[in-house]
Design a protein around this ligand. Structure first.
Ligand code: NAD
Length: 332
C-alpha cells in the first residue's frame, strides 16, 4: 500500500513489525558484522519507515531506528563514552533528491554555500584520541554515545600515526576500511579453512577491528582515511578542506579525491566521475559525501538526534542484476 493511502491504524500496525525487522537487521550488521540481507533491502525498508513516520509524526517512538545511531557496543570490549556523539548520516538516492536537499539547506542560510565533496568509504567510523601528540585511544562509534575501546587494535594498524609531529591533545575521526585486495585474500583463506566468509569489505573491516585479540587485527591489513576534527577550533582552521589538509600534514592518511564544489553542475560532475571510477579504486566506496565546507556554517546548521544537517550521502544505485533479486526478496 502506498504510504499516502495508509490510514493511521494501518500505519500503526505496519510500524511494529517494520521496526522490529530493521532492528534485527541492524543487530546483524552493526553488532555481529554478519548481515543477512543486502544494504539495498535494508535501505528500502528504512525509507518506508521514514515516509510513514513523516506522514504520522505522532507515531514516532524514541526507540525507532530513525531515532538511533548504529548498534549497541555489546561485545566484550571495554566501553568508551563519546563526549561529542558520533552520528550517522542522512542519505539520498538520486541527483534530484540531492538538489532538493541543497535547496532546502541553502534557504536557511544567508551566504552562498560551498561544498566539500568526498568519497564515502565503505568501512566503519573510527575515533582516535591524542594527548600531547601521542595516540592514547581508539574507539568505534557503537550507538553514537557509547562505543567500543579498540586502542590495542588500532596500535597494530600501520597507517595510523602513533605520534604526531605536534604536541596536540585532540580527537580525529575517520573511516577504518579493508582494501579490496586484502578482503579477497582474507575470504579465500577463510574459505580454505572452512570458516564463514565476510559479506563485504565493510563487515570484514568491522569484524577485524572489533577483535579481542590485537594479533588478529594486525593480520587483517586494515587501513584508514581520516576526515573529521570535532574540535576544529583548536587547529585554527575554518573549512573542511583545510581540515583535510591539516590532517594530511599531521601524518594521517586522507583520501586524495576530495573537491570543493561551488555549484550543482560541479557536484553532478563529481558524482558522475566517481560512479564511473568506483570499481577501479583499490577500496570500496558506497557513495559520495557532500559537506558544507565552512566549519562555522556547519556549527550553525547543527544536528538532528541522528544526523548532522551539514552533510549528506549520495548513495550509488545498486548494480542492476542484483536489484532484481533484491526486489523479489523485498516483496516476498
Ligand atoms: P552510513 O554508514 O551509511 O553513513 C555514515 C557513515 O559514513 C559515517 O558514520 C562514516 O563512518 C562513514 N563515512 C565514510 N566516508 C565518509 C566521509 N568521507 N565523511 C564522513 N563520513 C564518512 O550510515 P549508518 O547509519 O552507519 O548505516 C546505514 C548504512 O548501513 C546503510 O547503507 C545501510 O544499508 C547499512 N545497513 C545495512 C544493514 C543490512 O542488514 N544490510 C543493516 C543496517 C545498516
Amino acid at each position: 500500500v502506498p504510504v499516502s493511502e495508509l490510514t493511521e491504524a494501518a500505519a500503526k500496525a505496519e510500524l511494529g513489525p517494520l521496526r522490529q525487522q530493521l532492528t534485527q537487521w541492524g543487530k546483524e550488521y552493526y553488532e555481529q558484522d554478519q548481515p543477512s540481507v543486502e544494504d539495498y533491502v535494508y535501505d528500502r525498508a528504512y525509507q518506508r519507515l521514514v515516509q510513514i513516520e513523516n506522514r504520522f509524526p505522532q507515531l514516532v517512538t524514541p526507540d525507532s531506528p530513525t531515532q538511533r545511531v548504529g548498534g549497541q557496543a555489546a561485545g566484550q570490549l571495554a566501553k568508551v563514552n563519546h563526549e561529542i556523539p558520533m552520528l550517522s548520516m542522512g542519505d539520498v538516492f538520486s541527483l534530484e533528491e540531492l538538489a532538493d536537499f541543497n535547496t532546502r539547506q541553502q534557504a536557511s542560510l544567508a551566504d552562498h554555500v560551498e561544498y566539500n565533496l568526498e568519497l564515502k568509504i565503505d568501512g566503519l567510523s573510527l575515533s582516535l584520541v591524542y594527548e600531547n601528540g601521542k595516540l592514547v585511544q581508539g574507539s568505534t562509534r557503537g550507538n553514537g554515545q557509547i562505543g567500543e575501546d579498540v586502542t590495542a587494535n588500532v596500535m597494530t594498524i600501520k597507517d595510523i600515526p602513533k605520534q604526531l609531529p605536534e604536541p596536540l591533545s585532540l580527537e580525529f575521526r575517520g573511516e577504518c576500511y579493508m582494501p579490496k585486495e586484502a578482503f579477497l585474500a582474507l575470504n579465500q583463506q577463510r574459505e580454505a579453512e572452512g570458516l564463514p566468509i565476510f559479506a563485504n569489505p565493510r563487515n570484514a573491516a568491522a569484524g577485524s577491528l572489533r577483535q579481542l585479540d590485537p594479533k588478529i587485527t594486525k593480520q587483517r591489513q586494515l587501513a584508514t582515511f581520516m576526515y573529521y576534527v570535532p574540535n576544529f577550533q583548536a587547529l585554527g582552521i575554518t573549512t573542511q578542506a583545510e581540515a583535510l589538509k591539516r590532517m594530511r600534514e599531521l601524518g594521517f592518511q586522507v583520501n586524495e579525491n576530495s573537491l570543493v564544489a561551488k555549484d550543482e553542475s560541479a557536484i553532478n560532475d563529481y558524482i558522475a566521475e566517481y560512479t564511473a571510477k568506483r570499481d577501479d579504486l583499490p577500496y570500496g566506496i558506497d557513495g559520495i559525501v557532500e559537506k558544507v565546507n565552512d566549519l562555522a556554517t556547519q556549527v550553525e546548521l547543527g544536528n538532528t538526534v541522528k544526523v548532522p544537517r551539514w552533510e549528506i550521502a549520495y548513495k550509488f544505485p545498486p548494480e542492476e542484476a542484483a536489484t532484481v533479486v533484491r526486489e523479489i526478496e523485498w516483496t516476498v
